[in-house]
Write a protein that binds this ligand. Sequence first.
Ligand code: NAP
Length: 249
Amino acid sequence: MTDKVAIITGGSRGIGRATAIAAAKRGYKIVVGYASNQAAASEVVSIIERSNGKAIAVKCDVAEESEILGMFEAGDKLGTLGALVNNGGIVSRSGVRVDEMSIERIQRVMAINVTGNILCAREAVKRMSTKHGGKGGVIVNLSSVAAKLGGANTYVDYAASKGAIDSFTIGLGHEVAGEGIRVAAIRPGLIDTEIHASGGEPDRAHRLAHMVPMKRVGSAEEIANAIVWLMSDEASYVTSAILDVSGGR
Ligand code: NAP
């Protein structure tokens, strides 16, 4: 058990929600970041509080640097930061080829999935690095198996944003390995969340389930279990590492 703070971007729904609940059970005080769905974030806070945990909901669109700074300041008031889960992310509309993509679409997915994640990590390192007087901690980034598969004819821009997260995980992990911070990424496969509907294909995960070696979609809780393991001391020698949680996909 820990009594440190964990900031979870996109903690209001899907994988972030499941991670917030699982991390609270391990003692973390949770900052539930959300982009716009305040009701969903408040529900996560209520669930955690009903189990005698501590959590606050903070609006943070990670495309806005000022909102990132505000979220970390809210976390500082809660206690000592011990973990960041860089989970908040989007898919762009599914089924669009690169030769059809607008600059606005590409810039938006990169602003949220890449720049926003890097800025959140920057703020976490400032607080957790022993170089800055911190006590160490863990950063878990959400990549995707799309980083390996490439997302052709679906969303190559999204896949490329997750490829960037893989490189970022390796590089940042090396940079802060001697400063008490471990950095790792999870590459989820087809997980049953609302992200597929937001890309315009609500049944995508179930439609493609037969292509998964385990022949099924994964749950948000199965990803959360891997994330909280990476956040724990049981993963004390794991850094700059990327873990596929994808049923073999
Ligand atoms: P989801 O169900 O669509 O939930 C997305 C979460 O991210 C929500 O909490 C949402 O907040 C938040 N969010 C959206 N835009 C944001 C922004 N601009 N700034 C901050 N937060 C934002 O997604 P999910 O399936 O749980 O995915 C979570 C992460 O796992 C993403 O990085 C995704 O790429 C990755 N992933 C998912 C799958 C999958 O199959 N589900 C597979 C591979 C990787 P609101 O509630 O306020 O909208």
